[in-house]
Design a protein around this ligand. Structure first.
Ligand SMILES: O=P(O)(O)OC[C@H]1O[C@H](OP(=O)(O)OP(=O)(O)O)[C@H](O)[C@@H]1O
Ligand SMILES: Nc1ncnc2[nH]cnc12
Length: 178
């Protein structure tokens, strides 16, 4: 399998290159099962983060990062879910279409999580920001919940996201046009 060599937070990983569409390949960055990367990347990312009260991420690959950032900072975290669970009371929702997923998805927050965000300084974290659609969706949710967004960060900024000045990140990740 073709790979892309990524150096981030003092670590080196070979990312598998996968087909995202007929015209585009991406180098898949999966922090699941990589505790060393999760811990090291979180430490570096928190050095760049503004002051915050609570972290939010989108299900699913952002979850280990948000958990580890909460653990290292002593703050709490919230997960925007991609489906409604029976224990989620009166959820609020927004629609999202990310680069990796063909179908439009919906992000949900329960009223318990809305209460965790309301009036708080909210830091948005994710593993990768690419088209920015997921970030926009999380921003909408936080605003609807009454949170104040203080920053948005990712381990990697993919493609055009690397030119954004409204996010912070550790490394760029190229897109591979066929
Ligand atoms: O900037 P975007 O184009 O929106 O892409 C970034 C999003 O894509 C990935 O999630 P994905 O949709 O693959 O879902 P997963 O984490 O559940 O695998 C990643 O974790 C981000 O949330
Ligand atoms: N390169 C990538 N790897 C994993 N998830 C992604 N989401 C968007 N781009 C991604």
């Amino acid at each position: 399998m073709e790979t892309y060599t990524l150096k981030v937070a003092g670590l080196t990983r070979e990312l598998p290159i996968c087909s995202a569409s007929e015209k585009l390949d991406i180098a898949a960055f999966i922090m699941f099962s990589d505790v060393e990367m999760t811990v090291a990347a979180t430490t570096e990312l928190l050095k760049k983060a503004p002051e915050f009260d609570v972290i939010i991420t989108a299900e699913s690959k952002g979850i280990p990062l948000a958990y580890e950032a909460a653990r290292q900072s002593g703050k709490n975290y919230v997960v925007a879910r991609k489906s409604v669970k029976l224990y989620m009371t009166d959820p609020i929702s927004v629609q999202v279409k990310s680069i990796t997923t063909a179908a439009v998805q919906t992000l949900y927050l329960s009223q318990e999580d809305v209460a965790r965000l309301k009036g708080k300084r909210v830091l948005i974290l994710d593993d990768v920001i690419s088209t920015g659609e997921s970030l926009t969706a999380v921003e909408e949710l936080v605003k609807e919940a009454g949170g104040n967004i203080v920053g948005a960060g990712a381990v990697l900024a993919e493609g055009d996201a690397a030119d954004r000045t409204d996010i912070f990140f550790l490394e760029k990740l190229p897109l591979f046009f066929k």
